[in-house]
Design a protein. Structure first.
Length: 424
């Protein structure tokens, strides 16, 4: 058993993981070739949700050679292959009696000594993760042994305190999952609404068939160049994280739909670029080169996120005639299936394996153009969904920060459970 990294409260005891778990069985499903079973491979566990996200139904005759460990509900799984990836989960009821890969250490808790969810959360801590990292063997296929896991030091509060710690952390974890479901639902809702709005509009008009598919009768389809003031490549000056010169948006900042300024670099534009390449609210930035074909032509609208801001040469700025074509409307249209496929489908593969579009491709992009008032209404309708998703994403991030803080402080006794008052 390795050494303890912090001083335990008087009511806590020292243990090892091996002292509080029972021996799990092994079973070779190939001995019953006609039986069906659910197989949990190492890839079946999400290392950010810390749960089993899927299992494969398999016949015994088709069982992989690694399918040997029988699992029960409330078993704790820890992937010993590449352990620092944190593939950790508690076995749910629907997988009781099924089979897991030998790439897992199966920890079946003695519930008189340890709450399975307390052990599960302990395995997620940075301290445990650091100890596993120090025990890894193998450069190409790093792994630890089951015995490494079981010999690891485990701080044990009294069982009622373990239950409370597990309950608090589970509550926050469920709140995070709830926000993820909201984000997923709003994403699916927006996709469906975009399909409806860009083919049917808002006026209950009859439709006509065009080069880009069905659209309302009063809409027109034009090449983008007809509604645009300018197309302009960005600066090629060298940029860095030192705050010297102007902020310069790059491909990672154009995430599709909005500008992300969390990873920002700076540079000093050339004299002939000053003013000329500065961004204005409503400018659209298109990615002109990317290693993923579908991302060639990805678009974000600049909305004055930064003052005195420029953009890099791998982006193309499109400045619209906003009297006839709304930037928000075109930005949304560029992310429809038709809009995305138009640009990525016309990208050219280069010698280095990347996919490129150019201003000429953008100029010929076919876009639907309703009356400007309808464009703005459509944009506002889609923005309502975006705002909901953004709020849920912010709440999810705050909950994830809370989870990490509570996980560390509760598991190291820096904060005791009686001092925690959750308001989620």
């Amino acid at each position: 058993m390795d050494g303890k990294p912090f001083v335990l409260p008087d009511s806590w005891i020292e243990s090892s993981i091996g002292d509080v778990v029972l021996k799990a069985k092994q079973r070779d499903p190939r001995k019953t070739p006609d039986d069906k079973f659910q197989y949990v491979d190492v890839s079946s566990v999400s290392n950010h949700l810390f749960k089993i996200t899927g299992a494969t139904q398999t016949l015994g005759s088709e069982a992989p050679s690694r399918a040997r460990k029988e699992i029960q509900s409330n078993d704790v799984l820890f992937a010993t292959v590449r352990p620092t990836l944190k593939r950790i989960a508690v076995v749910p009821d629907w997988l009781d009696g099924q089979i897991a890969s030998t790439g897992y250490c199966v920890l079946r808790t003695n519930t008189e000594k340890v709450d399975p969810y307390y052990l599960y959360f302990y395995l997620i801590t940075d301290g445990f993760n650091a100890r596993m990292a120090g025990l890894e063997r193998g450069a190409n296929y790093p792994a630890v042994r089951d015995s490494d896991v079981k010999n690891t030091w485990l701080p044990l509060p009294p069982l009622p305190e373990q239950n409370k710690i597990a309950h608090i952390l589970s509550t926050v974890q469920r709140a995070i999952e709830a926000q993820e479901r909201i984000i997923q639902t709003t994403t699916e809702l927006k996709k469906a609404l975009m399909q409806k709005l860009f083919t049917e509009g808002l006026r209950n008009e009859s439709q006509k068939h065009t080069e880009i598919g069905p659209i309302p009768e009063s809409w027109e389809v034009v090449e983008l160049v007809q509604k645009t003031e300018s197309f302009q490549y960005g600066t090629s000056v060298k940029c860095g994280y030192e705050i010297d010169g102007k902020s310069v948006l790059r491909i990672p900042n154009v995430v599709g739909g909005h500008v992300d300024i969390s990873d920002l670099k700076f540079g000093v534009p050339k004299k002939n670029e000053l003013g000329k390449l500065i961004l204005q609210a409503g400018d659209l930035l298109f990615v002109r080169t990317n290693g993923v074909k579908e991302n060639a032509g990805r678009c974000s609208m600049f909305n004055d996120e930064l003052e005195d801001c420029y953009y890099a040469s791998y982006l193309i700025r499109v400045r619209l005639d906003q009297r006839v074509l709304s930037p928000a409307f075109l930005s949304e249209y560029s992310r429809t299936e038709v809009g995305t496929s138009f640009l990525s489908g016309r990208s050219i593969r280069t010698a280095d394996g990347k996919f490129n579009i150019n201003s000429g491709t953008l100029k010929t992009m076919l876009v639907p153009v309703p009356a400007i008032e309808e464009q703005e209404e459509i944009s506002r309708s889609l923005a309502v969904i975006d705002n909901k998703a953004t709020a849920s994403q912010a709440k999810k991030s705050a909950l994830q920060d809370l989870f990490r803080t509570l996980l560390h402080e509760l598991m190291t006794a820096k904060v005791r459970v009686d001092a925690i008052k959750l308001a989620i």
